[in-house]
Design a protein around this ligand. Structure first.
Ligand code: X5A
Ligand code: ZN
Length: 673
């Protein structure tokens, strides 16, 4: 069976045909141009053309009633016939929302567009997609409009997926800067829908000012643990803050939950320049957030526009998201200097509040004593007086660099494999563009570690070096080599990297061989080895991770990958990733594919995989992951072995002095820094 490909784009200009008709400072940012600039940016970047264009439709009444009450629907239904005065009057009963004679029509299209997206993904017409809609949805409730939202597009879609497709586990990731309280209320007792939201909160000083947006609200009845709120208590959150929450909270829980469908409340008011959010994440961070979700649910990711009010960062962020859904190489992550104190405090509190529900968080520290939320809220009341009278903040003149161009190399995946190996679709044999450099061959022949009589070894090595050079020049995205002895090859490659064009190499080694010798203190490589041997970490850039069953226990391995390897990798920001496994390392193929897929977020997808010759059956699945095919789901993960959890936690604790993305609490690295 061929894997599902393609990205749906759902948009209709009709949804720009309503606007605010009176003066209301709270609503003036929600303008039709939000949609036109986003769509035009996609067209201009050539991204719209690469998507499968799916028409919108109106949601039916039955579909709207999956979430909303009949009384509310009947009331909204009357709005097209109201006078301006009546509309204004009608609007008054709700918070921060406006009505217009055409908004009911648009709201039906916005929900219908979301359902079209879910249908396209669930029937396998496309792998993933995005719906550009207005009005947004996540604030609207069973019987109330709120925060520019009329019908709750994503909630309706989740109910629809449950009902029409029997989806048992839906993950809703709400990365909008506001709390989607409508979504939370809709699913608070439903363990079939995991709702995750981060939001500007400022100890309840920020709209919608709800007590139930705090971290200690976790869901009710059977749904306890399936609502995850990350209150952001300061403005100015940056890429590191968001990425930390993904790596140390959302992703471990999401992998444990194992969704069959991922819906994203894709609001871009979390981005820099937004007048509502006042945060500082650059648009390219959405490429990474999107990518990190794309190996869940067999890649079934549906992004649905919510907020986003800066008409420059909004279209940029939309483009980053769609380009990632399309599978283009990720931009190098920028500004990852570690999360701020306030973000760490929130992260710590959420992890503690959820430790009894999720085994991946079971080891998280206790809640700080005292009721943090109310205590903070009091002190905030005293302290923040000065801010209240502050004049209107200007976010319009904040500037930031344009996101880097994401160039796809001509060659996706190049193979260096013995004759007779089957070359899977989408990749090609590597042919060095030039003859091997005689100097290099001389070096190789003189290298005592190599069996220099074996010309096959020499050609393989010189090919690999040529391949790495072409990756560094961005002429080739990734590579895969089958070799006679992975340890020898790795030694040579790392040594060569120290003198070549490779700026920084992250080496990920799965297996028990003794390999640390190739890493020197001052080299330009960092080696993370996952095995069941207790090697000593002698140099700063050699990080041995000793798991009880090596890579055999998938839960332990994923914990190490998500909370140790990826944060390290993101902060190290390699220009090349060397991914190696020995034939006896024991990793499950699906876990290996997850690892390979997740690592594509680093080094613009420049990964060189090296495996043992005997492993040719793994070539096809590995190449698939390098090419962006979603890795198969791992199934709901059971608890990792407690020894393994302890190992990973200890390592995070020791290493977080040097690597700030490993932190999950303010006090982790000692108070002296
Ligand atoms: C969808 C969305 C924001 C409402 C803000 C009201 N709504 N102050 O971003
Ligand atoms: Zn918002």
């Amino acid at each position: 069976m061929n894997p599902v490909t393609g990205t749906a784009l759902i948009y209709d200009a009709e949804m720009t045909n309503y606007k605010l008709l009176w003066v209301d400072p709270a609503c003036k940012i929600e303008v039709p141009e939000r949609l036109t600039v986003s769509y035009e940016a996609l067209v201009k970047a050539g991204l719209a053309d690469r998507c499968v264009s799916v028409p919108v439709r109106e949601a039916t009444e039955a579909e709207i009633l999956l979430v909303h009450s009949e009384e509310y629907l009947e009331a909204v239904k009357k709005t097209p016939y109201m006078t301006l005065e009546d509309l204004q009057e009608f609007t008054l009963q709700y918070g921060d929302v406006y009505f217009h004679p055409n908004i009911y029509h648009c709201a039906k299209l916005a929900s219908g567009a979301t359902l079209q997206l879910v249908d396209s993904v669930m029937t396998g017409k496309v792998r993933n997609g995005m719906a550009l809609v207005r009005p947004p949805g996540h604030h609207s409730m069973r019987s109330a409009a709120s925060g520019f939202c009329v019908f709750n597009n994503v909630s309706i879609a989740a109910k629809y997926a449950q009902q029409k497709y029997g989806v048992k586990r839906v993950l809703i990731v709400d990365w909008d800067v506001h709390h989607g309280q409508g979504v939370q209320y809709c699913f608070e007792d439903d363990p079939g829908v995991l709702y995750f939201s981060w939001h500007r909160f400022e100890h309840q000083k920020f709209w919608p000012n709800l007590r139930e947006s705090d971290f200690d609200i976790v869901g009710t009845a059977n749904g306890a643990g399936f609502t995850i709120n990350v209150p952001l208590n300061k403005v100015g959150m940056e890429n590191s803050d968001y990425l930390s929450v993904f790596l140390h909270l959302l992703l471990p829980v999401a992998y444990e939950f194992c969704p069959e469908l991922v819906l994203v409340c894709a609001g871009f008011d979390t981005a820099i320049g937004d007048p509502e959010g006042e945060m500082r994440a650059t648009p390219d961070v959405f490429a990474h957030l999107t990518h990190l979700l794309m190996n869940l649910a067999d890649g079934k990711v549906c992004a649905v526009l919510e907020g986003g009010y800066n008409l420059k960062s909004l279209p940029q962020s939309v483009c980053e998201t769609v380009q990632t859904l399309l599978g283009d190489p990720l931009p190098r992550p920028v500004n990852l200097e570690g999360p701020c104190k306030s973000a760490l405090e929130s992260l710590h509190c959420v992890r503690a509040a959820h430790r009894k529900y999720w085994s991946c968080l079971n080891h998280a520290g206790d809640l700080p004593s005292g009721e943090l939320s109310t205590k903070r809220s009091k002190s905030a009341e005293d302290g923040d007086q000065a801010e209240i009278n502050e004049e209107e903040k200007k976010t319009d003149d904040i500037v930031w660099p344009d996101p880097p161009k994401r160039v796809t190399p001509n060659v996706q995946t190049a193979l260096v494999v013995p004759d007779g190996t089957v070359c899977p679709e989408g990749c090609q044999w590597f042919c060095p563009s030039e003859d091997p450099d005689p100097n290099l061959m001389k070096q190789l022949r003189e290298n005592s570690a190599l069996d220099t009589d074996d010309t096959d070894v020499l050609t393989t090595l010189s090919s690999l070096i040529a391949l790495m050079d072409q990756m560094e020049k961005n002429e080739i995205r990734s590579g895969l080599a089958l070799v006679h002895d992975v340890s020898i090859v790795m030694n040579w490659v790392v040594q060569h990297a120290a003198t070549s064009s490779c700026k920084r190499m992250l080496v990920v080694f799965l297996g028990d061989d003794m390999v640390k010798s190739c890493i020197t203190q001052n080299g330009n490589a960092m080696l993370v080895q996952i095995s069941n041997k207790n090697f000593d970490a002698e140099t700063k850039n050699y990080i041995p991770v000793c798991l009880k069953k090596g890579c055999r226990d998938t839960s332990g391995l994923m914990q190490a990958v998500l909370t140790l390897l990826l944060p390290l990798g993101y902060e190290y920001d390699p220009s090349l990733v060397l991914l190696i496994r020995t034939s006896d390392c024991g990793v499950l193929e699906s876990a290996w594919q997850q690892l390979t897929g997740l690592l594509q977020g680093l080094a613009q997808g420049h990964t060189l995989v090296v495996m043992q010759e005997s492993e040719h059956p793994s070539v096809a699945p590995t190449v698939a992951s390098l090419l962006g095919t979603p890795a198969p789901a791992l199934g709901p993960l059971s608890a990792a072995l407690s020894e393994d959890v302890e190992t990973v936690e200890k390592l995070r604790h020791t290493l977080c002095h040097d690597w700030k993305l490993l932190q999950t609490t303010e006090t982790q690295c000692g108070g002296d820094g």
